[in-house]
Ligand binder design. Sequence first.
Ligand code: ATP
Ligand code: MG
Length: 361
Amino acid sequence: MEKIILTGDRPTGRLHVGHYVGSLRRRVELQESGEYDKIFIMIADAQALTDNADHPEKVRQNIMEVALDYLSCGLDPAKSTLFIQSMVPELTELTFYYSNLVTVSRLQRNPTVKSEIKMRNFEASIPVGFFTYPISQAADITAFKATTVPVGEDQMPMLEQCKEIVHKFNSVYGETLVDPKILLPDNKACLRLPGIDGKAKMSKSLGNCIYLSDTEQEVKKKVMSMFTDPNHLRIEDPGQVEGNPVFIYLDAFSKQEHFDEFLPEYANLQELKDHYTRGGLGDVKVKKFLNKVLQAELEPIRQRRKEWEKNIPAVYEILREGSIKAQAVAAETLKEVKAAMRINYFDNDDMIREQEAKYQK
Ligand code: ATP
Ligand code: MG
């Protein structure tokens, strides 16, 4: 069986370092591993509209931001198909058929949908499209016959829901859809990177992000203002590293070479953590180190972004070509889906003969 990746992001803002450690960095590694036959990376504009119906301009503007972030991080259009969701109308059609295989109560139980509804204060006025977006996500994944979906932890309930749809479809209409597997980051700190404010998730919607495209000064300012252990008031106080965003970021980003280069007085992260826990290590020193680590990771990304920003029409061309390619693949799957459901009325000769026989009796 072919190994196929599908993943993507909502164009609701620029991408941040949470996306980077949760999914983007992994995608580039998988792309370079050469182990995958096909890689599809989707800019989920239709999904972004489900909770931004009044702001289509915001979604439109952010398509380019996300595309630039992709290219700057090293996604390579020669190896990965980058495309825009709404340019593949087959996805909407699949969503419509899958909707009949999912109950309202099942959607209501989806923990990610639940918490996102709360976060957005939708209360009783939840847009239907938003409520049902897990179904459209199942369409995105299955349309490309994805075997592997590299995403952050918040996407786990989406994958479960997708698998249920796959099983239901296959059991009702016959083996057609491919069962996907989630690929979570293997580093615990990357599963759900917290915000700089200490909130559980760095998220565009919460405004607590360090963006990949932030300037050096912006990154520094954000790092130096980060939430840490609120009980670590004086340098000599013992501090807590668990749940402390500064140390979680170091878990997610720091490498041995960073210690050798920027903080040689500590052998590794464990030594730094031990000192903090014992007391006698100030937040400012740790933050200064984190800033250097982040700058080292982000600088090459910023440089590549500058280059791509000089050539916006070329980026559009990449997305256009990618969307055409993606559409052809999704159309093929839709054809198979309709054949399995036996609603392919005009290209099923057996069905035509069957009907003919019925009326000629
Ligand atoms: P929005 O608030 O609009 O939903 P978001 O910041 O949650 O935006 P998405 O586009 O929904 O971003 O998510 C894109 C991908 O990035 C998903 O795979 C998601 O799991 C991952 N991701 C998002 N935020 C984080 C985070 N803080 N830590 C790890 N992974 C993340
Ligand atoms: Mg999200």
